[in-house]
Ligand binder design. Sequence first.
Ligand code: T4K
Length: 408
Amino acid sequence: MVKRDLADLAALGGKPAFENPLHVGQPNLGDRERLLSRLNDVLDRRWLTNAGPLVLELEARLAAELGVRHCVVMCNGTVALEIAARALRLRGEVIVPSFTFVATAHALQWQEITPVFCDVAADSHNIDAEQVEELVTPRTTAILGVHVWGHPCDVEALTKVAERRGLSLLFDASHAFGCSWRGRRVGNFGRAEVFSFHATKFFNSAEGGAVATNDDALAARMRLMKNFGFTGYDRVSEIGTNGKMSELSAAVGLTNLESLETFLVSLRANYRDYQRELSDIPGLRLVAPVPDASGAAWNHQYVVLEVDRRETGISRDDLTTVLWAENVRARRYFHPGVHRMEPYRSLYPEAGLRLPRTEALTERVLVLPTGTQVGSAEIDAIAGILRVAIAHGPEIAPKLRSRGLAGS
Ligand code: T4K
């Protein structure tokens, strides 16, 4: 049901718009029969992990898809980040945005590398190359950019800083599978780019990740590291970990890879529906990639709003409460900012002082459901909720409070 009036809102006593929760990250899934047939083959072979044939096939297909020499697949994006940082021999300080998923910083801190938080640009939400340069110290070994929402960073500016200051440049490309920067596929920039293939990502293998690189020696080191450092049956050449992807995940990945175009068509249509439906609602900005950065190749994986409270008359958090009551599980990524989460908050209490744009964004951003399970009917209903809530913006907060529903 499309909401028309304040009394229709579930937070104020109306019936929820959706019977079941509508999530931000419902997995995109490829052909079920193909998947089941691959899983049957895996069981027949009794080869479940350790560089099995499906993992090797996935690596080859991904490298071809991205146009890179190597795509080393791993068990998840976080471990892939850890292994990439370790294989690049990073230590000391690494400059990284705070406006990211916490795993970006954890992968560094876990190895006792200090994440030095850098602010982001207000339009792209990506790391600010100018501030990066100001943060370089004699202890800095690398810049870790994040292509937030699949919108590529300013690769050119970051490359120049890295070259000028003799730093490694790598990217957390967890959101950016299938995206391009100036016509070239993400996966080809810096020393290495790290992908997440988590269930909630545009392309998923249930759990999974990969590091793409054109550096042969780096790829070889990462292959060793993800397999305990083994170079033979009983020979270990250096410290390693277990970063292997299983054949089951590879089966999911290979199957989903065959449906990428279908996913993209659906996500692009959703984005355009949101664009059309939200364009007349004051105070909402639908975030898009900076035009010259990604051109047409963008995976449309996240539908991201900035809520300007002065215009909407309702805060992002109260809007979130209204949506959740309707069973629309919108998410406040990346609230409250990694620098405000532990252990970073205690370790680097001053970090927020140089992050004004990050702090503003973590109070404004709201991510809406999309994916192949979402279509125009759902988007019309979500837009209807937002339209009603914003038309009555200032009236809503006291009503929510009186019902014990504070914006969380
Ligand atoms: N770097 C960046 C920039 C990242 O965004 C991420 C992960 C990483 C590194 C690390 O990569 P991984 O180690 O995860 O491969 C989610 C994802 O779990 C996480 O992968 C992702 N970023 C992050 C942005 O979002 P949560 O805790 O907010 O949401 P989660 O997993 O509960 O999923 C969101 C919603 O999706 C759920 O409420 C329900 C729905 N859902 C989820 C799963 C797993 C489903 O409908 N089906 C499912 O199977 O972190």
